[in-house]
Design a protein around this ligand. Structure first.
Ligand code: HAM
Length: 419
């Protein structure tokens, strides 16, 4: 029979490193988020397509080209979520959270889906840790979420990631700037890549972060939004920077950050890792402020700010670290007659909190010991008639050290790993 392969760009995460790296990231992130008062939310991976069209923006690559959209049996257009912010905003509105509290801190962890051209660090199903804060217009909330992002990176020992910061203005100052940008780029229209020629009409800001060499060269001479911010945007940006400095967060200003989603106003930021393991997918996270999004999705006029970290990219950065853990003990039986005793001892020790493995196939002692070695267990214990009679056995270290005889009753204490 022919095999059925997994979907391109969507990978299986197996035990032995992959899953453990994600678990480590999640655990450390949860600690940081708990300390700052963020609560976990889980929303469905499917949403009405309209949520992303209105939330992320029709003119974006994400919505225009990359969504997995289909009609369900009831004729509704649904999409796999390409990001989490729109979903969390929908949930925030649907559960009338703004009537219950003035400030809401949420996070979620889970798979996102974008039909992208695949390469290192770019997949069609990928995992994000998404963090959002609703309700605060002031710059302290921007500074808090940015610090949380960096604290999470610090907690998983990724200190080489750099924070790049920008302000992309708001509905007061951006339209006039956008017009200037259009007239600037129109002068170079023929030299822009086909994509950017289309962007000129659809989404001129995005030309600023095109990766095409010629477009980049032209963009370097373009007017900068930072020079055209209105007074309130300028003050907000200055305060964000002051507060970040106050809590010791380093950053550089990158005036070319525009972000690939339409909902941003004012603060926009990216977390960039300069590591060849990521190829060109060097952004391990990004976010910003999105005042107006809640309202545009039918909710009250509540501001918001947040970010998402790309867990797959962080996993690549952590490559080479040992995440997989190993059993405390492998229990083997001398022969078939002792199998039950070994099986029961393993069961008892697990109830005492130890990680204990056996070879449920039974078989020769030699093959069981091979299995014990492969399991990576710290110790092995062979159970035979004598051991059962004496309720004691020889504890054999599998990674160097001398064996010693110990009563079974003492095993939970002897083997308990130090915290
Ligand atoms: P984003 O910049 O589109 O922002 O994605 C955030 C991070 O997700 C990226 O920096 C990257 O690490 C990771 N990522 C994105 N696409 C892929 C992919 N195809 N494969 C692997 N990793 C990927 C957002 O999604 C916003 N919702 C962030 C946000 C939250 N803004 C405000 N609140």
């Amino acid at each position: 029979m022919s095999k059925v392969a997994g979907v391109k760009g969507m990978s299986d995460l197996l035990p032995g490193g992959d899953v453990e790296a994600f678990q480590y990231l999640e655990t450390r992130a949860r600690e940081v988020l708990r300390r700052t008062g963020y609560g976990e939310v889980r929303t469905p991976v499917l949403e009405e397509t309209a949520l992303f069209v209105r939330g992320v923006g029709e003119g974006t690559d994400i919505v225009g080209k990359e969504m997995y959209t289909f009609e369900d049996k009831g004729g509704r257009s649904l999409s796999l979520r390409p990001e989490a912010t729109a979903s969390l905003v929908r949930a925030y509105i649907e559960h009338s959270i703004s009537n219950q509290e003035p400030l809401t801190r949420w996070f979620c962890f889970g798979p996102m889906f974008r039909y992208e051209r695949m390469k290192t660090g770019r997949y069609r199903q990928f995992y994000q840790l998404d963090v959002e804060a609703f309700g605060v217009k002031g710059p302290a909330q921007d500074a808090e979420v940015i610090e949380v992002a960096l604290e999470i990176l610090r907690a998983v020992d990724l200190k080489g990631v750099k924070l790049e910061l920008n302000s992309i203005g708001d509905k007061e100052c951006r339209p006039a700037y956008q017009q200037q940008l259009v007239s600037y780029f129109t002068g170079f229209k023929d030299q822009l890549c086909a994509e950017c020629q289309a962007r000129l009409e659809r989404n001129p800001l995005r030309i600023l972060d095109c990766k095409n060499e010629k477009c980049r060269e032209i963009a370097r001479g373009a007017p900068k939004l930072l020079d055209h911010l209105c007074q309130p945007c300028r003050e907000h940006f200055a305060e964000v920077q002051r507060l970040l400095a106050l809590v010791g967060v380093d950053f550089t200003i990158n005036p070319w950050i525009v972000r690939g989603l339409d909902y941003y106003v004012r603060t926009a930021f990216e977390l960039i890792a300069d590591d060849p393991v990521l190829g060109t997918a060097s952004a391990v996270g990004g976010g910003g402020r999105y005042d107006g999004l809640v309202q545009s999705l039918g909710g009250p006029d509540v501001p918001g700010v947040g970010f998402a970290l790309g867990a797959d990219r962080l996993k690549l950065l952590m490559q080479g670290r040992a995440f997989a853990q190993a059993p405390d003990l492998f229990v083997a039986s001398v022969d078939d007659k002792s199998f039950d005793a070994a099986f029961a001892l393993a069961s008892k020790l697990r109830k005492d909190g130890l990680w204990v493995e056996t070879d449920t196939r039974g078989g020769s002692l030699k093959s069981q010991m091979k299995r014990a070695d492969k399991s990576g267990a710290r110790f092995a214990l062979v159970v035979g008639e004598r051991e059962v009679a004496e309720q004691a056995g020889e504890l054999k270290p599998l990674r160097g050290g001398e064996p010693r005889r110990v009563p079974f009753a003492e095993l939970p204490v002897i083997l308990r790993p130090s915290p």
